[in-house]
Ligand binder design. Structure first.
Ligand code: SIN
Length: 281
């Protein structure tokens, strides 16, 4: 395949043309896609015929795929792909207070080894709404004042599963919950592949900054979140059917917009961590 990469007009993202889910992905195609994700943080493939095993194989090229913690959301053809459905009137449709991912977060930041990337593929979309917004956390970091950069340089934050997700995460049993103890990550992360610094806090999973008082932590997190939620750093992704969206989680956060009542169904792959944060820092 000869792939064409067209940068989007905005703070992140590139359109990929020429990808064909009926043909095996060559090493050259993968290298092009990987480089596009590194250069632009996100890729958008406008039209790709549904082929679940091909999608899974694409995801696997980026790293180990992390299955959903709950088996009922696994795709029947492969547990490495999960189904994120809402208002579909089927057993796979989520019944959480708000849709999955409808809060600002970075996938698996509550794990010791967070995720490198997320891929979403649309199999059903509402006639309006249901966008996904992604924030460029390189830009969020780079645009902080020098004073704030110096203040947060050596700070760490505690991340917790389901912390501030507004009911967007399913309730886990005590046993499942125990597999997700709180974790600590640097507030400023160095991307292991690009060497660029990114702000690595998100409202969904970050509870507190560890080295300061409770009050100071709340104030500083409020300041950092408000800064990162500036639309200047955002790309709002509007879905069409059979579209694939891939996002580098190491320097971004995202939020599914909860503004629709018609069926929406995504296939999701979460790529695990290929290089630990400790190595990266
Ligand atoms: C997610 O964050 O896992 C899902 C995002 C979306 O459905 O747009």
């Amino acid at each position: 395949m000869t792939l064409k990469i067209e940068p989007l007009d905005g703070p992140l993202g590139a359109r990929v043309l020429g990808l064909d889910s009926g043909k095996p992905l060559t090493d050259e195609d993968f290298a092009t896609l990987e480089q596009a994700m590194l250069d632009h943080l996100a890729i958008v493939v406008p039209e790709l015929e549904e082929n679940v095993t091909w999608l899974r194989d694409l995801g696997r090229r980026f790293g180990p795929l992390v299955p959903h913690v709950l088996d009922q959301y696994h795709h029947p053809e492969t547990y490495e792909v999960s189904i994120i459905a809402r208002h579909t009137g089927t057993a796979e449709s989520r019944t959480t207070a708000i849709p999955a991912g409808a809060f600002w977060h970075t996938d698996l930041s509550y794990e010791e080894n967070p995720s490198d990337a997320i891929f979403l593929y649309a199999t059903q979309i509402p006639s309006t709404g249901g966008d996904t917004i992604a924030a460029n956390m390189y830009l969020a970091y780079e645009s902080l004042s020098e004073k704030t950069k110096a203040r947060i340089e050596d700070l760490t934050a505690t991340h917790r599963w389901g912390w501030n997700t507004g009911g967007g995460t399913p309730t886990l049993t005590a046993e499942q919950q125990a597999t997700h103890p709180d974790v600590v990550h640097p507030v400023v992360r160095v991307h292991p592949r690009t060497g660029r610094k990114a702000l690595f806090v998100n409202p969904g999973y970050v509870m507190k900054i560890n080295e300061v008082s409770e009050g100071e932590s709340e104030e500083l997190l409020g300041e950092l979140f408000e800064h990162a939620l500036n639309p200047d750093f955002h790309y709002r992704h509007t879905w069409s059917l059979n579209m694939l969206f891939g996002l580098d989680n190491r320097a971004s956060m995202h939020c599914a917009v909860n503004d629709y009542t018609e069926p929406r169904r995504m296939l999701r792959m979460i790529v695990g961590c290929t290089e630990s944060l400790q190595q990266a820092a």
